[in-house]
Design a protein around this ligand. Structure first.
Ligand SMILES: C[S@@+](CC[C@H](N)C(=O)[O-])C[C@H]1O[C@@H](n2cnc3c(N)ncnc32)[C@H](O)[C@@H]1O
Length: 230
């Protein structure tokens, strides 16, 4: 019990020390996910948050934020929002951003299902999905982040010509994702089943999970799915 209280205290301290990087935490327990996405709106005012009109990209399931913070460092003329549902994990990401002084990065501690509550329609240029949980059991298909329900939502959030950029080590999940992109009218480009065939490309930012799988010798799959103009 004492240990649990100590953990909680550290959690609260860390959360308040990194508040600057946090845009929102959940839509509240009162609404279920579907209701939240349909009825709750707290749209992020990018100009007020970032102080500029630079393009906005998001990473869904950003984990500890290593990828997003490095991407932000390489592209100071863009803004980035990391989406992560686990509070203990998003704290590490925010501490990472704090350490780096990443002024062009912010975080949403929400489930992806709630994105329409916070992200204005047609306001995002790139959505990054790095090593999303594959959820292999059939009962969880609709919770996979590349399930068509999510892809239809991403289409609304993406500007014309916007992209979903996906990396994964899981071949079954990748094949499933390709089918879903096609079914939702995305155009597939830059498709590879072995991104690291000749070593990691210079432009590639290796995520925490990617490093783990590459060290185990697993091939990394990558695709860029383009939203066609409406
Ligand atoms: C396997 S980890 C990958 C982390 C990181 N992207 C990387 O490549 O190292 C997947 C992350 O996605 C988060 N996640 C899974 N489903 C999510 C959802 N529906 N909404 C937001 N985050 C989610 C998990 O909490 C976890 O941190």
């Amino acid at each position: 019990m004492a240990q649990r209280m100590r953990k909680k205290r550290h959690f609260d301290e860390r959360m308040s020390a990194t508040q600057k990087w946090l845009l929102a935490r959940g839509a509240g327990g009162i609404l279920n996910m579907k209701e939240a996405a349909e009825n709750y709106r707290a749209l992020v005012d990018y100009k007020a948050v970032f102080g500029n009109d630079n393009p906005v990209d998001i990473e869904i399931g950003c984990g500890k934020g290593g990828f997003l913070c490095e991407l932000a460092k390489r592209n100071p003329d863009r803004n980035y929002i990391g989406v992560e549902m686990v509070s203990n994990v998003v704290i590490s990401a925010m501490e990472n951003a704090e350490k780096q002084g990443a002024e062009n990065v912010r975080f949403l501690n929400i489930r992806a299902e709630c994105l329409p509550c916070y992200i204005p329609e047609e306001s995002v240029e790139n959505i990054y999905l790095n090593f999303s949980t594959p959820l292999p059991k059939l009962g969880y298909v609709s919770q996979r982040l590349t399930y068509r329900g999510f892809l239809e939502m991403y289409k609304k959030l993406l500007a014309d010509g916007g992209k979903v950029v996906q990396k994964t080590d899981n071949r079954d999940f990748f094949d499933f994702s390709l089918e879903e992109y096609r079914a939702c009218g995305f155009e597939l480009t830059e498709l590879t089943y072995n991104l690291h065939e000749n070593g990691s490309p210079e432009w590639n930012i290796i995520t925490e999970y990617e490093r783990k799988w590459v060290e185990q010798g697993l091939p990394i799959h990558r695709v860029v799915a383009l939203k066609k103009s409406s």
